[in-house]
Structure formats: structure tokens, C-alpha cells
Design a protein around this ligand. Sequence first.
Ligand code: GAR
Length: 186
Amino acid sequence: MKKRLVILASGGGSNADNICTYFKSSNRAEVVLIACNKAGAGAFEVAQKHGVESFLIDKESFHNGDFLQLINDYRPDLIILAGFLWRVPAYLVSAFPDKILNIHPALLPKYGGKGMYGHFVHEAVVANGEKESGITVHWVNEHYDEGAILFQATATIDENDGPKEVEQKVRALEIAHFPQVIDSLL
Ligand code: GAR
């Protein structure tokens, strides 16, 4: 039986796209749903491109717990946050212990927490004159970016790199590693 992967996204969906592509030829797992909390986001096009079901996450049902039934219908073995920007409520964390995974575009515990996402992360990294950044894959708990770390990969920041260059390096690491890290957990 293939493991069932559910992806939650908020944005362009490049990680969702990469994960769908990787598992298309896998006999271990398949992506069964991409749920996204932003209407019109690229993640919906990604779902369509790969023939994966998708729906828009409604804020009220996500917070009042009705979302649990919706997602349980897909019987997920693993829930993957791929650029998903809402904090995961406690009911969801306890319904899926050690089954919710996040990718963060920095070397946690640095540059994590509320408001630290996407370009804000890379801007802060450059402003602080960091010599390296990277990606962190971690289990999700009720606190932003604080669950147990499973994997990190590092990129060197050159003297002339701005936030855009750092973002490119980090995205390259995400594309190179995230599906393999997921695969190793299955
Ligand atoms: C990715 O870089 C991901 O690491 C980051 O958002 C981007 C989503 O891109 N996630 C966070 O900042 C979470 N705090 P994508 O929609 O193209 O996959």
C-alpha cells in the first residue's frame, strides 16, 4: 500500500510541485491532496498539473476543528507543510503526532517564529551579515518552527549576496533535498 501524502501550502507551490514530481514514479507514496489557504495561489495550478485533488482551506474551519474531518477523509500518513504560513492548531498536532512535517527556509533555531517566513527570513539573514543560511525540515508542534529537527542543509552566503541571491540558494536546497527527506521517513 502506498503511503498517502497530504500537502498544505499558501503560495506558489514550487515545493509542492517538486514533491508531486518526485513521488509520481514512487511505489512508496503518492500525493493525494494539496490544500491551500490562499485563493488563486500557484499551489492550485500545481495540483491541477499533477492531477491531484485540491481545496481552499477556510479559516474558520481550520481554527474551530472542522478541518480535521475534511483532512481525515484523505487518510494521510504524512502531512507536509510546503510553504504553509498559518500556525497549526493544537487539535491538528495531537490528531497527527509526528506526522506533520515543515520546511523552513533558514537554519533553525535561528530566524524562526511568527512573521519569519519567505523573503522576511532572507532579508533578516542578510541584514545580520550571516555567512551561511539553509533549510530545516522539522516535525511540527503548536509553536511556530519549534518541533524536533530532522534535517538541515547549508549554503554559503557570499559577500555580495542580497536577499534575492540567498533565496535562490535556499530554494535550490529545498528542491534538492525535501522530497528525499520525506522519502526517508516513509
Ligand atoms: C519556501 O521557501 C518555504 O521554505 C517557505 O516558503 C516558501 C514557499 O515556496 N516557508 C516558510 O517560510 C515557512 N515559514 P513555495 O510555495 O514555492 O513552495
